[in-house]
Ligand binder design. Structure first.
Ligand SMILES: Nc1nc2c(ncn2[C@@H]2O[C@H](COP(=O)(O)OP(=O)(O)OP(=O)(O)O)[C@@H](O)[C@H]2O)c(=O)[nH]1
Ligand SMILES: [Mg+2]
Length: 369
């Protein structure tokens, strides 16, 4: 049996989709009205959730196999064969099943212990797939009221992150370029990372800025360079970048600052490609602010398909109470996340993105400072 859930505005829309994707033999298992979008009932929209199923080719084969004494094959129902499932189909089916399972639990049947958990996940802006996954995993543990504590929730979030978080190498890459939208904290973060490398790891650091877009940007990085007593080079082209990298060759770590750009527009990604050396891969860190809308973050990452991102760095955690985007990003993209910026103070407000700390944010406790 292959299952698929559709969220649509009208039944006609659902029927067309089901017919197109599952064929004429699909059965409708369940139809119900749901509200989508919007937390706490605000800005919600009415939708239909339709779950349809189709028998797989093997099941059909079983059904049509004639046994002794039955009618001739010609009288048996024939069905359009369904192609064998691939991994994506199986994953989608699993998600549909989980969704069905969670939505089939009406409000008062979701175990009492899990209701505050679901509310907390919603408050944090954790997207529905991730909520469902976590609640499904917690479901078997929720029955035992004695043993189900905040720690159970925390541990599950830690496990969820550990399965997804790709460990970025411990050691800072020799050359790293910081890119991202305007004002997210790229320059400030570079100063924090430079100080961390100098003071904690005793490495020599060189800074380069390619942000000549604003005069103040060069001054900003030079000021940090003066305080930290590290060299700063200013570049305007790929050629100048190559010679700056050459002249800072003796440094253990070179950090490159770039101008903040609206990377929802592909032209800026192309501009960035023009700056970076050809034939030499430079570790790119995409800096995003946690105060941004999650959907905008998704659009930016999508645009970076043409220029691979090696690492994500999230800033301004101190300016928002919701950390759901961290889980959502880890769930959606196999991009390492190593650090989170938590304020304006250089160099202090930069922390390691450990599963325990992220789980603290999600659960709403502060234990792993
Ligand atoms: N609250 C808070 N503010 C931050 C954080 N990181 C940076 N800022 C502030 O954000 C503002 C912009 O920081 P910049 O480092 O100049 O940002 P940028 O990405 O280099 O900006 P552009 O180069 O103009 O694109 C400054 O006021 C920083 O102090 C953070 O983690 N939390
Ligand atoms: Mg800057």
């Amino acid at each position: 049996m292959r299952l698929k859930t559709y969220r649509v505005k009208t039944m006609t829309e659902a029927m067309a989709l089901i017919k197109q994707q599952l064929g004429d033999d699909a059965l409708i298992l369940n139809t119900k009205k749901i509200k989508t979008g919007g937390l706490f009932g605000l800005f919600q929209q009415d939708r239909l959730e339709v779950t349809a199923a189709i028998e797989t080719a093997e099941e059909v084969a079983q059904e049509v196999k004639p046994s002794a004494g039955t009618a001739p094959v010609a009288a048996v129902k024939t069905a359009t064969p369904v192609p064998p499932k691939n991994k994506d189909d199986i994953m989608e089916e699993l998600q549909s099943l989980k969704r069905l399972m969670m939505h089939e639990l009406p409000e008062d049947r979701l175990p009492k212990n899990l209701r505050p958990v679901r509310d907390q996940l919603m408050r944090q802006g954790v997207e529905e797939d991730v909520q469902t996954e976590l609640l499904t995993r917690l479901l078997p543990k929720a029955g035992d009221t004695e043993k189900f504590t905040e720690e159970t929730f925390h541990a599950e979030v830690v496990g969820f992150i550990e399965e997804r978080q790709l460990a970025a190498s411990e050691r800072m890459p020799a050359i790293a370029c910081f890119i991202g939208p305007t004002g997210v904290g790229k320059t400030t973060t570079i100063a924090k990372v430079a100080a961390e490398q100098l003071l904690e790891h005793k490495r020599t650091v060189g800074l380069i800025t390619a942000d000549t877009y604003r005069i103040a940007a060069v001054t900003q990085l030079k000021t940090y360079g003066d305080i930290l007593e590290v060299p700063v080079e200013v570049v305007e082209s790929r050629e100048q970048l190559a010679s700056a990298l050459q002249s800072l060759n003796a440094c253990d770590v070179i950090l490159i600052d770039t101008a903040g750009r609206n990377y929802q527009q592909l032209q800026y990604i192309e501009e960035l490609q023009q700056l970076l050396p050809e034939g030499q891969h430079i570790h790119t860190t995409l800096v995003l602010s946690l105060t941004a809308k999650f959907e905008d973050m998704v659009q930016i990452i999508k645009n970076f398909e043409m220029l691979p991102i090696d690492e994500l760095l999230l800033t301004k955690k101190d300016e928002t109470a919701s950390a759901g985007a961290i889980l959502n990003l880890l769930n959606r993209y196999p991009i390492p996340l190593r650090r989170i910026a938590t304020g304006q103070n250089v160099p202090d407000d930069l922390v390691a993105a450990t599963p325990a700390r992220i789980a603290d944010y999600i659960v709403g406790i502060q234990r792993h400072a």
